[in-house]
Design a binder for this molecule. Structure first.
Ligand SMILES: Cc1cc2nc3c(=O)[nH]c(=O)nc-3n(C[C@H](O)[C@H](O)[C@H](O)COP(=O)(O)OP(=O)(O)OC[C@H]3O[C@@H](n4cnc5c(N)ncnc54)[C@H](O)[C@@H]3O)c2cc1C
Length: 341
């Protein structure tokens, strides 16, 4: 599972005094989209270094990276001076360019953020101004224009974000994994990091094992560790700095929609206060299927992906969706999947 060309090391960790089985330059913990992208960049730009991306699961991208809306965001929601905004805008441009160059599946379908009141329209005005300051294109549609373009959608006004799109996240992650191995790196699956300690000669001594049998680990000396452990990034970090981080988990549910409905854009309600989520929205996948979600429900267990199939949950969805899609049919909503933020 581990690096093909890794060099046996002789250095010792002062904390465990164990001799490492392998010595590498870069260990990337987590093969979701973030870890794979880091691994791809490291192997492309530092070909003389040894890089391994590991994941505790048997396949890449089995957690949050395959449990989301697959939307390429425009970068207009978050505080204007934040790194998130800057990276979202820059990343969007880089991603579209890459997808187009490599003929990977994506569609720049555009997004509508819909206002149902004067208050919400005022919020969209602020968003429009912020987008303009950030150099991101958005424009307004009147009620009549909106009704012409999307007759099924109800809105007082619509802010259009034409640069928002959708991606096939699995195809993108497969591409990154392939690039890592072509560049000479490794992706070690079913491999979990279970301890980290600083090595007195520099770098870190880590123990890797195949879950759930973590009793005969491989000891690896690595110069750098990249923590891209997603929902478990706190636990990975706490291996080195105990009790420093504790994540809180917000689960979002998706419902699939099986009623034929001609809608061509992603439809988002005006954002919720405090922005725990972007509001239960309508998204399309690459095949044109409609789904709704995610809502926000705080949970304790990052592995609990249950999607409730009860009347209350459906009612909450119907209420949220009917604000912009009055023709929504409750009997055509089916529990689909969940993701955790
Ligand atoms: C409901 C929802 C909707 C979203 N919608 C969008 C959207 O439309 N557009 C968008 O851009 N973003 C969206 N996101 C966010 C996006 O999905 C995440 O930012 C992204 O997937 C995070 O990727 P990641 O690689 O950090 O995490 P993950 O995909 O969770 O990967 C982390 C990996 O680390 C591994 N790991 C953890 N601990 C260890 C360990 N000790 N040893 C080995 N491996 C370990 C895990 O097994 C996992 O595979 C959404 C998120 C949610 C929850």
């Amino acid at each position: 599972m581990l690096a093909r060309n890794a060099v046996l090391a002789s250095r010792r960790c002062f904390a465990t005094s164990k001799t490492p089985d392998l010595e590498i330059d870069n260990l990337v913990v987590g093969a979701g989209v973030v870890g794979l992208a880091i691994g791809e960049k490291l192997t492309a730009t530092r070909p003389s270094e040894t890089t391994i991306v590991i994941d505790k699961n048997k396949r890449i991208g089995e957690e949050t990276s395959s449990r989301n809306s697959e939307v390429i965001h425009a970068g207009i929601y978050y505080p204007k001076d934040s790194l998130k905004t800057a990276l979202c805008i820059r990343g969007k441009g880089m991603l579209y360019q890459l997808l187009s160059e490599k003929s990977m599946p994506y569609r720049k379908v555009g997004k509508w953020v819909v206002a149902q009141s004067e208050e919400q329209h005022a919020y969209l005005e602020t968003m429009h101004q912020k987008a303009a300051n950030l150099g991101v294109e958005t424009y307004f549609l009147s009620k009549d224009q909106a009704a012409k373009e999307e007759p099924n959608i109800r809105a007082q006004s619509v802010l259009v974000s034409p640069s928002t799109g959708i991606i096939d996240s699995h195809a993108f992650m497969d591409y990154l994994q392939q690039r890592i191995t072509e560049n000479g790196g490794d992706v070690g699956l079913h491999t979990m990091i279970r301890s980290i300690c600083p090595s007195e000669g520099g770098g870190y001594l880590v123990e890797l094992a195949t879950p759930p049998h973590t009793d005969s680990p491989t000891t690896v000396l690595c110069r750098r560790i990249f923590n891209s452990g997603g929902l478990h990034a706190d636990k990975v970090s706490n291996l080195l700095m105990p009790n420093r981080y504790k994540l809180n988990y917000a689960r979002g549910h998706y419902y699939a929609y099986s009623s034929p409905c001609d809608i061509r854009h992603l439809i988002y309600p005006c954002p919720e206060k405090h922005l725990a989520g972007l509001g239960t929205h309508l998204t399309l996948d690459m095949a044109g299927r409609i789904k709704f979600g995610p809502d926000v429900q705080w949970v304790d267990d990052p592995y609990d992906y249950t999607v409730p199939d009860d009347a209350d949950k459906k009612q909450q969805f119907v209420e949220a969706i009917s604000t912009f899609l009055p023709s929504i049919r409750r009997d055509k909503l089916q529990p689909d999947y969940a993701g955790i933020r």
